[in-house]
Design a protein around this ligand. Sequence first.
Ligand code: NAP
Length: 480
Amino acid sequence: MNLSKMRLAIVGAGPAGIYAADMMIKAERDFDVEIDLFDQLPAPYGLVRYGVSPDHPRIKGIIKALREVLDRTDRGNDSDASAEGAGSQGPHGSVHYYGNVRYGEHITLEDLKRHYHAVIFSTGAIRDAQLSIPGIDAEASYGAADFVSWFDGHPDVPREWPLEAKQVAVIGNGNVALDVSRMLIKHAEDLLPTEIPDNVHRVLDQNPIEELHLFGRRGPQYVKFTPLELRELGEVRDVDMVIDERDFDLDDPYVTETLMSNKQIIVISRIMNQWREAQKLRESGEVAPASRRLHLHFWSKPVEVVTENGRVAGIKIERTAPDGQGGIIDTGEFEVIPVQSLYRAIGYFGSPLEEIPFDDVRGVIPNEQGRVQSADGSQMQGVYATGWIKRGPVGLIGHTKSDAMETIECLLEDRSKLWQPSEPESAAIPELLRSRNVPFTTVEGWHRLDEHELSLGEAAGRERIKVVSREEMTKVSLGE
Ligand code: NAP
């Protein structure tokens, strides 16, 4: 097949999908490309808008670069052409965003085959991984992903969150556990300058929390935290970091021989040592205690959620010890820490998509370098994946770029064996969506919503106030 124009659908307009669109536009090729980016939400940016904490404006700043890609509509592309060396002189590239469009419901695989040469799925991982211990389904036991969606104002989750516990457990030693802990332990007034939605601020302002217990099943040198984020936790106002010295006494050759040559781990150890010193000062009475405490528990494997009348009443952990090779052994020593609510932050998990193969164990679309594989291991024609749904929920946002590059390279290599669409006209998509009564949003609509949120913020002396309801987001986007 000799292509003069490729029509590409990308499902999922988070960083993974937008980076893939950008790579495709910038790739060396001799044909024009029209990219339609679909998202089930009215606004783009996926986890940057609905996963990054509101008090992380630096990371949210990635939106600026992502927006430039979305702005490459036909009009934008022509006027921008000189900047990219594209336009009338070379192959042309354009991007169209269609929000409020759910794959499998509003648009199907059959539709995509009719209108495009290929599809890339970049739907990410937005669910919580399961923790199979007794009591985990008790009332007041939550998944971190649900809490993050709530505090980031995701339109599809309830507006209220029951924050009633004075003692709270967070399980996991990754950056999501840090985000959840920080949002729970911070005083709400310190979050006011951020883009935190009003309903979230109101609830956090009534948070009675006094103690937060953060559990890692391995030792302090095995954490998945990044140093910047860990340091930030210790800088939260009016919170004491409480350390159990027993956790630092264990003899572990794997730490001395392997981990302590890792720069990141060295910095993390330094941060924790500063907290240990601060704790000594507090114990000697030289420094007044804060009103909230954050206890770090290492070598603590959760084995049961203790319940009373169906509600969380404690967390039972088993002390673990290093096996000398980076793993743990159980010690048979148990402790129960009283808590009235619990958050598991042990990783995200992808969701299956209609008519697309899914690996139930890893929570990803089975693929080889982004080429989606059918159940028999053969390549599924025209279907690709990128981002967390391709490789699993690990890595920072920037890591998604190399992932997108790999997928795009494979797609370009396969250009002679893609789908052959019977209706490749770009106008056919808005027509199809209208005929199905889908209130789809566009990049112009996103600009309207963006400006609306900024003006709401300005009126209140804040940077932005997020619109939370899907109906309102859609109305503002559609200019109604
Ligand atoms: P993660 O980094 O993979 O951390 C998961 C944590 O859960 C690990 O400490 C893991 O312990 C623990 N865990 C897993 N299964 C467990 C079990 N059954 N019992 C007890 N603990 C268990 O995942 P994440 O925190 O969800 O983050 C995902 C990615 O997003 C990461 O790359 C992260 O850096 C990134 N992120 C970045 C930021 C930022 O601000 N820069 C914010 C959020 C997320 P083991 O190590 O022992 O397996």
